[in-house]
Design a binder for this molecule. Structure first.
Ligand code: 4NP
Length: 176
């Protein structure tokens, strides 16, 4: 049977063969531009999966599509690199309706992302699959990951730390 490479699955493949690729969990991180928060979140979650052999496939997308084809923001790349995570090969892409079927879990960074995902997904929207990444209200009273797009390096560092905490929490939530 034809099986897609991880990269093909994430970026190109629309074929049913993707569903036969064995991952314990297929996770999509979603933000607005797919150049700051969600690529960092995907990089952190993939690193966590590799470290703990969780078998996750983690990718990211943006609701706007405005930065399609661009790399991650230079400060997102820098802050990740400073923490041993390489997102330099990330390429921005828009969230699509078909992503609802492709992933087991879809995590949005803020309330606007959730609103936009609902619009794009239409009748495919699945409440059971889609949640805030900061979904633990005891740890995160505010479910919104602040957008560092207009900020400086320190803002990206703060977002990185928040995303790391959230991904650690995901590991606990998603353990079999
Ligand atoms: P992200 O940040 O959603 O975390 O990737 C943003 C990137 C670009 C824009 C806004 C937020 N923008 O307006 O172009």
């Amino acid at each position: 049977m034809l099986r897609c490479s991880k990269k093909d699955f994430a970026q190109n493949c629309e074929n049913k063969c993707c569903n036969s690729y064995i991952y314990t969990m297929r996770i999509l991180m979603v933000c607005l531009g797919n150049i700051c928060r969600s690529p960092m979140a995907a990089g952190i979650a993939n690193a966590l999966s590799a470290k703990h052999q969780l078998g996750w496939l983690v990718d990211s997308a943006g609701t706007s599509g405005e930065h399609d084809g661009e790399g991650a923001h230079r400060l997102a790349v820098k802050v990740c690199k400073n923490n041993g995570i390489d997102i330099s090969e990330h390429i921005s892409k828009r969230f699509r309706k078909v992503d609802i079927a492709k992933y087991n879990r879809i995590y949005v960074m803020d309330k606007n992302n959730l609103r936009d995902v609902k619009v794009i997904a239409g009748d495919a929207f699945d409440d059971d699959k889609i949640d805030f990444l900061l979904n633990d209200t005891t740890l995160f009273p505010d479910p919104n990951v602040p957008d560092p797009w207009y900020g400086g390096e320190q803002d990206f560092v703060q977002v990185f730390d928040l995303l790391t905490k959230a991904c650690e929490q995901l590991r606990i939530q998603l353990q079999p």
